[in-house]
Design a protein. Structure first.
Lengths: 162, 168
């Protein structure tokens, strides 16, 4: 298993995240709607708005997953926040970075992951992600829709939504 | 209510989507703009839609109907020339359900595409493409460091005969 490296801008990233005052807040319908929409749109069992904290990933909104947080060291989202584009793992069992990850080998048995990094203030604070228990592929239109939903998450976080 | 949203110019194509569900409407509009399908305008209410239709002739219009048939009434107004649009502008309809009576009215109004709820953004996008007469195109680029974990595609088969298939 490969633990995602810590970005060089981690302290600034965490400062940005903390200033949003969103960690450990109650569920909100405006975010719940987005993960519900995403799960239905892509027909996946799990969709999350994940915020990557120093040692954990915490879920502001989740569908299909009972846990409200996991360790950062086993998170796929920890990898997703390292880049600017959508991070995709089509089959985790075929990827040596994740094949022995406990989130793959046991519940929730992740096989497919697609995470859109949520960019706020120049930093990726987390992701909007889709998870399936079977291998999947996303085409260009799927990616565009996921990116749009991620953009809407950012708009909501920044308070730009109506 | 939502204001009109100007998207990236895609030739001279302008499109109006009228849908009160903000998340569906905004997702579709953002995606269509990103894919450069058209300059997309959004209206979250029939009142705002009527205002937008007074001043702009759109290349296509997609209307969400409600249980009272207000969407069909708006389509009727377009067909009667009460807006800035051409009377024969391509129209699509999103409906909660379909009845024989509504189907008759849809035929009379020359509505080209009808989709019934529940709606997926992809289905709505496909309908927009159909109304505009364009194909789905464009996609956001994934980051250079993201690595697809699926097995590499097999190398093209070596062709031993000189009459290889076209396109090789």
């Amino acid at each position: 298993m490969l633990v995602a490296p810590i970005p060089s801008v981690e302290e600034a990233r965490l400062t940005t995240l903390r200033r949003l005052l969103i960690l450990d807040t109650p569920p909100e319908a405006r975010f719940d709607r987005i993960v519900e929409f995403a799960a239905a749109e892509f027909d996946v069992p799990i969709a999350l708005i994940s915020l990557v904290d120093r040692d954990r990933q915490w879920f502001k909104a989740r569908i299909g997953l009972g846990a409200c947080a996991t360790g950062r060291d086993i998170s796929f989202c920890g990898h997703a926040i390292l880049g600017e584009g959508i991070f995709i793992v089509e089959d985790a069992l075929l990827d040596e970075r994740f094949a022995d990850n406990p989130l793959v080998t046991s519940d929730p048995h992740i096989r497919f992951y697609a995470g859109f990094p949520l960019q706020v203030g120049g930093h990726a604070i987390g992701t909007l992600c889709l998870i399936d228990q079977t291998p999947r592929q996303l085409d260009g239109i799927d990616l565009a829709i996921l990116a749009s939903l991620g953009t809407i998450v950012v708009e909501e976080i920044k308070g730009e939504a109506q | 209510m939502n204001g009109a949203s100007l998207g990236h110019l895609a030739g001279s194509r302008t499109f109006l989507i009228i849908e009160p569900q903000h998340l569906l409407r905004h997702t579709v509009a953002l995606t269509a703009r990103n894919l450069r399908l058209a300059e997309i305008y959004e209206a979250g209410s029939y009142a705002l839609a009527r205002e937008l239709l007074k001043s702009t002739s759109y290349s296509g219009v997609l209307i969400a109907d409600d249980e009272e048939g207000d969407g069909l009434d708006l389509a009727d107004a377009i067909r009667r020339g009460e807006t800035a649009c051409r009377r024969d502008v391509p129209l699509g309809l999103m409906m909660p359900f379909c009845t024989a009576e509504s189907m008759e009215r849809i035929r009379e109004l020359g509505i080209r595409d009808v989709i019934v709820q529940p709606l997926r953004a992809r289905t709505v996008l496909r309908t927009i493409c159909s109304l505009l007469g364009v194909t789905e195109d464009g996609s956001p680029q994934t980051d250079a460091v993201t690595a697809r974990s699926s097995a590499a595609a097999p190398a093209p088969a070596q062709r031993s005969r000189p009459s290889a298939a076209a396109g090789d």
